[in-house]
Design a protein. Sequence first.
Length: 200
Amino acid sequence: MKILIIGGAGTIGRVIVSHFSQNNEVLVAGRTKGDVTVDIVNSQSIKEMFEKIGKVDAILCIAGEAKWAPFDQLTEDDFHIGLNSKLMGQVNLVRIGQNYLNPGGSLTLTTGILADEPVVKTASASMVNGGIHSFVKAVALEIKNGIRVNVVSSGMVEDAYDKYKDYFPGHNPVPMKKVVNGYVRSVLGKGNGEIIRVYE
């Protein structure tokens, strides 16, 4: 398979790239480095990326940002960071990317446990994650050519435990192997419109 992984240089992305590279042709896209560069906030940048790489069999997005801050400190512009990047960035990857997928291909988006179990300072991030979950369930009803769209929603991963443990008191860090299997299920399984939760 020819697989495009956007955000392949991040904490989770690196592990996903390593796994899928064993038996597939993997292209890594990032904002500043990779086989191809892309800014998912910019639709034109997304189109230019796909024009460079051509048709693929699977698209995985492990990119997108949102502002973390106390609710009473979040401005409208702060909310738009997540709306423009993690939400609309991934929506536009589906909207544009469907035209560059081979029939029967798959799109896998990424959210996180905050959609279901918010913690403090995550009003924006939780909102965006929940929006993506609803989008995936809805777009799966309409997307054509046998294309599947799923989202992997993981808890705090082991590799990021030291950085985020103070935000997630009492949460069990998720082994990276389990997170990888969530993406494998999305790419190689037959599910469509699924929220693949990896929380324990």
